[in-house]
Design a protein around this ligand. Structure first.
Ligand code: KG4
Ligand code: ZN
Length: 355
């Protein structure tokens, strides 16, 4: 107890500002969003700027890594200037306390832009620097939004690159309960949208069409539906969709039942996600479940999770579901307050794992 107290006092002496007023500059460039945020304390966003490259990548049906890095590079300084203007920061070295940057996982070239820029700023402004795991960032999207959320809880991360259930024992202590064996949920949504010529990113489009369709129109397999394992797999469902679409095209090439196809796919995908959340709740005895990542915006998923008996579901607003810098700043702030420290040796880690 005494040791803990001394440790806290020692750490407080290091801080230039009280924790509630401590300012973190968050930087996110792991994929196709360039985001910067100025966070005060654990959850007050003073200013935020974000640009998405989705429209530029859309004609190619996915993110082109080289193009993503170039755009991050072009956007970084104009966005930083705008952030400082909006945050009324005139002397960053005195008015900012920490720089937190996404270190991985993500695209190497894209991460490099964020990490190298952060190192330059940390050096120039003489500020501490901390590398953040992007997935921990997604977990902190919920912490930002829900002040009452306290560990231990389960976090379902569902994005274009990840599908996993993490046990958050306490902040900084995570256990991976299960992850996808192949595609991520968002990736499967995007591929199904491509099969149906709906454009990229397909998740929101499939979701919108599914709302108007019959989820029982086509029987599709619920991935690992009968398995007691906490794991995901979307490649079989994707192939089943492809065969169904091909068969329907042969019957009538000019009129695909888009709404029913999307609704049937969504029923199977959501049933798999929700089924594994139920298993994780049973295995851990935890009833608090936070959801994050782009697919957390899915209406079917939100509805079905809300129907799990006894579960308390935490869902961030759509802007915090997709990649953003506020979640990176929040994870960085929390890490720094826990005593994590970084250095100018920081380098990106595209395959970084959480646990
Ligand atoms: O978290 P995110 O912005 O980026 C990654 O880190 O991957 O997630 C993007 C993914 C895309 O695959 C997109 O299609 C999917 O989230 N997504 C959705 C919905 N909104 C975004 N998938 C299903 N339903 C949605 N409403
Ligand atoms: Zn993400």
């Amino acid at each position: 107890m005494l040791y803990r107290l001394l440790f806290v006092v020692f750490r407080m002496r290091e801080l230039t500002r009280a924790p509630g007023f401590f300012r973190t500059l968050g930087i996110e460039t792991s994929c196709d969003e360039t985001g910067l945020c100025l966070l005060e304390g654990p959850r007050t966003v003073l200013a935020e700027v974000l640009t998405s490259q989705i429209e530029e990548h859309a004609p190619y049906g996915g993110v082109i890594p080289e193009m993503a890095s170039r755009r991050h590079q072009e956007m970084f300084l104009p966005l930083l200037k705008e952030l400082l203007r909006r945050g009324k920061i005139t002397d960053p070295s005195r008015e900012i306390d920490l720089i937190a940057v996404t270190r991985g996982p993500g695209l190497m070239g894209a991460l490099l832009v964020g990490v190298l820029s952060a190192k330059g700023l940390a050096q120039g402004w003489n500020l501490p620097l901390l590398g953040v795991n992007h997935l921990e960032g997604h977990i902190f999207a919920n912490v930002l939004h829900s002040p009452d959320l306290e560990p231990p809880f389960l976090n379902l991360v569902v994005s274009g690159g990840h599908t996993e259930i993490v046990l958050v024992r306490e902040y900084g202590s995570y256990e991976m309960l299960g992850r996808t064996r192949d595609d991520a949920a968002g990736e499967a949504y995007d591929k199904v949208a491509k099969m149906l010529d709906l454009g990229y990113p397909g998740g929101p489009k499939v979701d919108a069409l599914a709302e108007r369709g019959n989820p029982r129109a086509f029987e599709l397999p619920v991935p690992l539906g009968n398995s007691p394992e906490i794991a995901f797999s979307f490649s079989g469902l994707k192939t089943a969709m492809l065969w169904k679409i091909e068969a329907l095209k042969k019957e009538n090439p000019s009129a695909l039942p888009l709404e029913d196809l999307c609704a049937s796919f969504q029923r199977a995908a959501v049933a798999s996600l929700v089924g594994k959340v139920r298993l994780a709740m049973k295995a851990t005895g935890l009833f608090r479940v936070a959801v994050s990542g782009g697919v957390a915006a899915n209406r079917g998923l939100r509805r079905e999770l809300g129907a799990i008996p006894g579960a308390r579901i935490y869902l961030p607003p759509p802007a915090l579901c997709t990649d953003n810098a506020a979640m990176v700043a929040a994870a960085g702030y929390n890490g720094y307050m826990r005593g994590c420290r970084g250095s100018l040796d920081l380098s990106p880690d595209p395959g970084m794992v959480l646990a």
